[in-house]
Write a protein that binds this ligand. Structure first.
Ligand code: SF4
Ligand code: SF4
Length: 449
C-alpha cells in the first residue's frame, strides 16, 4: 500500500484547520513540503507539546513522505522563541540524518496562516483564492504529521491532542478519543474556576465562540486544537453577542475610513486585492449585508482568511470587518459567486509587510487573554471516557457513510464510517471499544454496554 493510501485508510485530515483530507492534499508535483509548527494562536500549546515530545516520530513521517513522493524540499517552520522545540527537532533530524530544514520565524500573528507561512519560507505569493500547490508547496501542520506517522504503522486517527486552558485549575495538553465531550475535557483540566464562563473551541483569534450551555453539547473532533475557558462577560463573550443589524449600524455610523484594517491585513500585505476599509465603506450605504454581491469590492471579501486582525487589533473604533467579510463570504458562496483572478495578474508582497507584522503578545493583550499567555506544559493527560459521540462530518468534503448500526460491537480502531465512493472525504474509526448506541449525524459508542 502506498503512503497516501495508508493515510486515506487511517482517516487522516488536517488536524489544525478545516480538516482537509491529507491524502488528497499530497497529490500532484510537490516541490516543497512545509510543516506548520508556528502554532500562532496565542495560548495553544498542542503542536509545541508534540514537537517537544514526538520529534523522532515527526521526522520519521516526514522522511517517509518526501522519499515516497519524491519531494525535493521539506521545511518545518516555527517560531524562533520555541527554543526547546527547536533543540528537540534538531536532535531528531541529526539522529535520522534527515534532509529537513527548520525555518525560524518571529513571534507574530498570523504566522501560521497557510499563505503567510508559504511566503515566509519561500518568498512566493500564493495567488488570491489560490492554494499553495499553485506555487509548488503543500502545507501540513504538526499534529497531522504525527497522525501520518501512526497511519504508516496502520494506526488510524482516533485520538486527538488538544490544549485546555484559560480559567481552569490546571492548563493541560490532553490526548483523548475523538468524540470525548468538552465537559470531560474541562474536568481533566481540573474544572473551570468560575461557575459561569464562555468557551472558545480553538484559539482565541479564530476559534468558535460557545456559551457554557452550547459547549456542554460539543465533542472533540479530528480538528479540535483547543478549548479555552474565558470570562462570561469578557471580550469574546461580548463580541459574540453583537447582532448583525447592530454591526451594520455601527459600520455606517462609526467607520472613519482610516484604513488601518487594510494596512494591517496580512492578505492585503501579500499583495492580494482585499481591502476591508473599502468593504466597510460599501456597508455605510447598504441596507443589508450582501445586497450587491456582484460589486467587485464586495467579491474581494472572498479573499479574507478571517484571521481577525482588522477587528481585534487594527480598528480604533471597535468595528467588525472580519465578521462582515465572513457573512459576505457565506452569501457569495450561496449565490455561487467566486473571486476571479484577472488573467496574467502577478502578485507581490508589500514592502511594508515586515514592519506591519502584529506581535503575538500584543495581539493576545488586545483580546484580553494575556493573563493566560505564559504557562508551561510538561505532562500529557490521557483519558478513555465511557462514551464517545463521533461526528460523521468533521472534515472538508462529503460526510462519511456509516458502516455500523445500533447494537453492533466495535473495537477501537475499527472502521465505522467510510468515505463515499469517488468523493472527497475521509474514513472514520471507533475511538473506543464498546457497543454502538446510535447512528445519526454522530456514531455514539458506549464501553459500558
Ligand atoms: S480578517 Fe481582516 S485582517 Fe484578516 S484577512 Fe480578513 S480582512 Fe484581512
Ligand atoms: S479600521 Fe475600523 S474605522 Fe478604520 S477603516 Fe477599518 S473599519 Fe473603518
Amino acid at each position: 500500500m502506498s503512503i497516501t493510501d495508508k493515510i486515506a485508510a487511517a482517516g487522516v485530515v488536517g488536524c489544525g484547520g478545516a480538516g482537509f483530507p491529507t491524502h488528497a492534499k499530497l497529490k500532484g508535483t510537490i516541490e516543497h513540503l512545509i510543516i506548520n509548527g508556528a502554532e500562532c494562536e496565542p495560548l495553544l500549546r498542542t503542536d509545541r507539546y508534540i514537537m517537544l515530545n514526538k520529534a523522532d516520530e515527526l521526522v520519521a513521517a516526514l522522511c517517509a513522505i518526501v522519499q515516497e513522493l519524491n519531494i525535493p524540499k521539506c521545511t518545518i517552520a516555527l517560531k524562533a522563541d520555541y527554543r526547546d522545540e527547536i533543540a528537540s527537532l534538531e536532535k531528531a533530524i541529526a539522529k535520522a540524518g534527515a534532509n529537513i530544514a527548520l525555518h525560524k520565524m518571529e513571534s507574530f500573528y498570523p504566522a501560521g496562516d497557510e499563505q503567510t507561512i508559504v511566503y515566509e519560507v519561500t518568498g512566493r505569493v500564493v495567488p488570491p483564492a489560490g492554494i499553495p500547490i499553485m506555487v509548488g508547496c503543500v502545507v501540513d501542520n504538526i499534529a497531522t504529521i504525527l497522525a501520518v506517522y501512526d497511519a504508516m504503522h496502520d494506526v488510524p486517527l482516533t485520538h486527538k491532542y488538544l490544549t485546555v486552558t484559560g480559567e481552569v485549575s490546571r492548563p493541560v495538553v490532553l490526548r483523548v478519543p475523538v468524540g470525548t465531550s468538552f465537559t470531560r475535557c474541562i474536568e481533566l483540566a481540573g474544572g473551570a474556576l468560575r461557575s459561569d464562563y464562555f468557551v472558545v473551541a480553538g484559539g482565541p483569534m479564530m476559534g468558535k465562540g460557545l456559551t457554557k450551555e452550547q459547549a456542554a453539547c460539543e465533542v472533540v473532533t479530528k480538528t479540535t486544537s483547543g478549548i479555552l475557558i474565558l470570562p462570561a462577560d469578557g471580550y469574546h463573550a461580548q463580541q459574540a453577542r453583537i447582532e448583525v443589524s447592530h454591526m451594520l449600524n455601527r459600520a455606517k455610523s462609526a467607520c472613519i475610513q482610516c484604513s488601518y484594517c487594510t494596512q494591517l491585513c496580512p492578505r492585503h500585505m501579500l499583495g492580494h486585492p482585499l481591502e476591508p476599509h473599502r468593504i466597510m465603506r460599501k456597508m455605510a450605504v447598504a441596507n443589508e449585508i450582501g445586497e450587491d454581491l456582484h460589486d467587485p469590492v464586495i467579491i474581494n471579501a472572498a479573499l479574507c482568511c478571517e484571521c481577525g486582525i482588522c477587528e481585534a487589533y487594527a480598528c480604533p473604533m471597535g468595528l467588525q470587518p472580519r465578521k462582515i467579510n465572513s457573512l459576505l463570504k457565506k452569501k457569495l458562496g450561496a449565490a455561487g459567486i467566486r473571486y476571479q483572478r484577472p488573467e496574467g495578474a502577478t502578485y507581490t508582497a508589500s514592502p511594508e509587510r515586515e514592519m506591519r507584522k502584529v506581535p503575538s503578545k500584543r495581539q493576545a493583550a488586545r483580546v484580553e487573554v494575556l493573563p493566560y499567555y505564559h504557562y508551561t506544559i510538561r505532562d500529557l493527560v490521557e483519558d478513555e471516557p465511557e462514551t464517545v459521540s463521533i461526528p460523521l462530518r468533521m472534515h472538508i468534503g462529503a460526510p462519511s457513510v456509516p458502516v455500523v448500526a445500533a447494537g453492533d460491537r466495535v473495537r477501537a480502531g475499527q472502521l465505522i464510517a467510510k468515505c463515499p465512493d469517488g468523493a472527497l472525504g475521509s474514513a472514520i474509526h471507533a475511538s473506543i471499544s464498546g457497543r454502538v448506541v446510535s447512528v445519526g449525524n454522530t456514531v455514539e459508542i458506549s464501553s459500558s454496554l
